[in-house]
Design a binder for this molecule. Structure first.
Ligand code: ATP
Length: 365
């Protein structure tokens, strides 16, 4: 068990700055997701935690001890890769035993440990099989068993389910989470899949272009994104953005879009000029009496809900509506937004303005 803290961590590859000054803490026992698009620096961050890559500057602390320049062998953490390298000439039992045997553990003790881990992962019946004939999922379980058996302080996982098909991936992610809940070992998990991050993570760090955009519990990040990037990257369909000019005063709780006054959470920041009104699709309602109008461009039926796309004076927006709401392409309809859920962004920097609704979340991020 371990707490992992990174502080002002930076990595340059020659002239290229892959990770910019990153700071966050993974608490003991947390299932922690490093989320972001391809190339944003997730793997490099994870490799610096593991000791597989040395930071250009900044620190890595494991249980308060600075280990940034120490090799992986001195950190007692297990790295689980997407491509599971099992020893092909050994059977399942030997693959799992190997880390313990090479530590010099006694045979009876090794056998007991292997049995215990195989039970947890449901692979006891496979112990004498060769690894060559295993299915993808069973290979995954054996690789996990081998990582877990030596009881490292923490697990670092780089897209461990990336090679699996969708259905199997979902099952394995549930198993992994259940395994974590049972064992309680600190786990840092890299993914580019926002849904996987939301479903599995106790906390999420969202990265973009080498920088930490936001850090927090999934619901806070979903409800109160710190930047437009986060608001777009998380959620499907993503948050709607209505661009407008005119600004907002500190302490104000309205903005004016296309000449229509809209209620928003009371703003702590004041800003003039270009702003963006952000609202999630599920917080858009049809309301005949609402003065803000949208013209239906398209509808997408999803069973219990439908996604309806509207053209408005400030850009396109999508609403998640009940399937029973009758709308037809070409209709012009009044749109109402739940004012408690609105985020106003600086139109130039993309950063969320602080409001009565999100200031607690932004202060912790
Ligand atoms: P992916 O999901 O595609 O692996 P990622 O978010 O994990 O993306 P990284 O693998 O950390 O991203 O890479 C971040 C950036 O650093 C990328 O632009 C990558 O090309 C670059 N990079 C990574 N390793 C090296 C290296 N050894 N030498 C040079 N550039 C590198």
């Amino acid at each position: 068990m371990a707490q992992i803290r990174i502080a002002n961590l930076r990595k340059d590859f020659g002239a290229f700055n892959a990770v910019k000054s990153s700071t966050f803490t993974v608490e003991d026992g947390e299932f922690f997701m490093l989320l972001g698009p391809s190339g944003c620096g997730k793997t490099t961050t994870l490799r610096m935690m593991a000791g597989l890559e040395l930071p250009t500057s900044g620190e890595v602390y494991i249980d308060g001890q600075e280990v940034g320049q120490k090799p992986a062998s001195q950190r007692d953490i297990a790295f689980v890769f997407q491509m599971f390298a099992l020893y092909p000439h050994m059977n399942v039992r030997k693959n799992i035993s190997y880390p313990l045997v090479s530590q010099g553990m006694k045979r009876a003790q090794v056998a007991a440990k292997v049995h215990e881990i195989a039970e947890i992962l449901g692979i006891t019946a496979l112990l004498d099989n060769s690894v060559g004939g295993l299915s993808g999922g069973d290979r995954q379980r054996v690789a996990l068993a081998r990582a877990i058996v030596r009881e490292p302080k923490a697990f670092l996982m780089d897209e461990p389910l990336g090679a699996l098909d969708a259905e199997f991936r979902e099952r394995m992610s549930e198993e992994l989470r259940a395994l974590h809940d049972r064992m309680g070992a600190t786990t840092v998990y890299v993914t580019h899949d926002q849904l996987e991050a939301m479903q599995m993570g106790d906390k999420i760090v969202v990265m973009n272009h080498g920088s930490v955009e936001q850090f927090g519990v999934p619901q806070d990040i979903y409800d109160w994104p710190a930047t437009k990037f986060v608001a777009e990257f998380i959620g499907s369909p993503p948050m709607n953005f209505l661009d407008f000019n005119g600004g907002i005063g500190a302490g104000a709780d309205t903005v004016v879009l296309d000449g229509i006054t809209m209620q928003v959470p009371q703003s702590r920041d004041g800003l003039s000029g270009a702003l963006t009104f952000g609202v999630r699709p599920e917080h858009v309602r049809l309301d005949d009496s609402a003065p803000y109008r949208g013209r239906v461009r398209a509808t997408e039926y999803l069973g219990t809900t439908q996604i309806v796309t509207f053209d408005t004076a400030n850009g396109q927006i999508k609403a998640r509506l009940a399937s029973g709401d009758h709308v037809s392409v070409g209709d012009t309809i009044g749109l109402a937004f739940d004012p408690r859920t609105v985020t106003i962004f600086n139109g130039t920097t993309g950063k969320a303005l602080r409001s009565a609704a999100n200031e607690g979340v932004l202060a912790h991020g």
